[in-house]
Design a protein around this ligand. Sequence first.
Ligand code: CP
Length: 304
Amino acid sequence: MHLINFKDLSGQQLMEIIDKGIDIKHNPEKYRTILDSKSLAMIFQKTSTRTRVAFEVAMTQLGGHALYIDWRTTNFALADISDETQYLSRNVDCIMARLIKNVDLQSMAKASRVPVINGCDEKYHPSQAIADLITMKEKKGTLESVKLVYIGIHNNVCNSLVEGCTKSGVKITTVTPIFNEPSRDNELLENAKKTGLWETTLDIRKAVQYADFVYTDTWIDMEFFQDSKFDAEKEKRIKLMMPYQINNELVKESNAYVMHDMPIHRGYEISADAIESPKSVIYEQSKNRLCSAKATLLKLLEKY
Ligand code: CP
């Protein structure tokens, strides 16, 4: 079993991962040696703080070992991805990869003899969504009929939230004036629509009114953030998206918790006052990447 997105997981299986994550968070000693002698290869084509740290610390705290591999310093950069994966998967027990293109991740999964975890590509960010669902369940005690409003660009994080929420009983409203076309997955959106749990609107104030959580993410994909070729698009997006910033004025009449998957661009998708307000669960949410990583690894390595 791989974790590329949530398509191959039933709602029940996803709930098992969320509940396992919460159990591991509160009872870490129960799991100290469960991955004894297991190795995880972590391959990165892009930058990361949380995904790298969460999976590496997860392996250490579960009794196993993680190898950080920068794509550019390996022969993945030179050779066929399938051949390199054939080799790699004969030496490790699991692979976590943050690749630029989902098509490459699919090739890796096809060639691998061991589970492959998507550490974020242009279409999906499933390990982030698991941490987000854990955060919501911890705060509300249940996911059933909890209301999440995602405000920003419809991107990889948004796709995984739509898929994860609609599979776990969360009502999700997306307020996304821009659709990041490389992220588009019509099948995922059609499936979400059929559940009746996903709706989309541009009426940000109405959407926020009854929200339990409001969530935002970067307006620019990480690989383009410091790319001067993307400057014009960046300016265009900032102008169009500023009215959709999460700030204290927007949530002043709401009891909603504020979420962000980080890294944060202060003053753009979210204001400093919203990040630091008592309603913010952002840092707790990022901490939950660790128990999310542990629960995902144990699921894929068939430990429950
Ligand atoms: N949210 C997230 O994936 O963080 P990193 O990009 O730092 O891994």
